[in-house]
Design a protein around this ligand. Structure first.
Ligand code: GRF
Length: 218
């Protein structure tokens, strides 16, 4: 069972869907820690209710960005996290995080990237841009997280129709459940080893054995 570290900022409906799927065995993974940058976020309540360790780390707890980056990496490492899952996390990750979990950080975005992504494109702004562009179809994307907002390699997508008369709110409401389903399905495939992330060993035994071998070779 791979160990998930989840990052969230607000409502946490994606986080809730992932936690439920892990608990019900639909994802062969264990959420071991949730990091939030907003101490009042409902996402953190969801995690506490599920009995998952919650850590508030933000520019309030760590005004210095490098210290925050270190604290986030240390918290995830202390919980022996295999895969970092951003679920509505609005802050940019620091260089230590990106380096230490390179290839093992995934994110969900509520459009068909690369369209309607990038700095400032989050929440209902994304859906407003989709409507303004006159798109007939939108959707959601799971992608690798890299230095640039929403630029990482795409892992999975789902298409969602735009309906006549849609507003940003009605479109957001239609897309969100598809995000949940896409995220759960994608994480399940990763955890089973059906969808390969080269940097991630889903057979933790192998990972531990490799670490032991490295230790013995020193
Ligand atoms: C979702 O639309 C997600 O795609 C985006 O922010 C929203 C977060 O929703 N990153 P929630 O916090 O998971 O409910």
């Amino acid at each position: 069972m791979i160990r998930l570290g989840l990052l969230a900022s607000h409502s946490g409906s994606n986080l809730g869907a992932i936690i439920a799927a892990c608990r019900e065995g639909r994802i062969a993974a264990t959420p071991v820690v949730v990091i939030g940058n907003n101490s009042g976020a409902f996402a953190l309540e969801r995690a506490r209710h599920a009995g998952i360790r919650v850590v508030h780390l933000s520019n309030q707890t760590h005004p210095d960005p490098a210290a925050l980056d270190t604290a986030m990496a240390a918290t995830l490492a202390a919980h022996d996290v295999d895969l970092v899952v951003l679920a509505g996390y609005m802050k940019r990750l620091g260089p230590q995080m990106l380096e230490r979990w390179r290839g093992r950080i995934v994110n969900v975005h509520p459009s068909l990237l690369p369209k309607f992504g990038g700095k400032g494109m989050y929440g209902e702004r994304v859906h407003a841009a989709v409507l303004a562009a006159g798109e007939a179809v939108t959707g959601a994307t799971i992608h690798h997280l890299t230095e640039e907002y929403d630029q990482g390699p795409i892992i999975a997508q789902v298409l969602v129709p735009v309906e006549p008369g849609d507003t940003a709110a009605t479109l957001a409401a239609r897309v969100l459940p598809h995000e949940h389903a896409l995220y759960v399905d994608t994480l399940a495939r990763i955890a089973r080893g059906d969808l390969i992330l080269p940097e991630l060993s889903v057979d933790r035994g192998t990972k531990v054995r490799l670490r032991d071998a490295e230790a013995q070779s020193e």
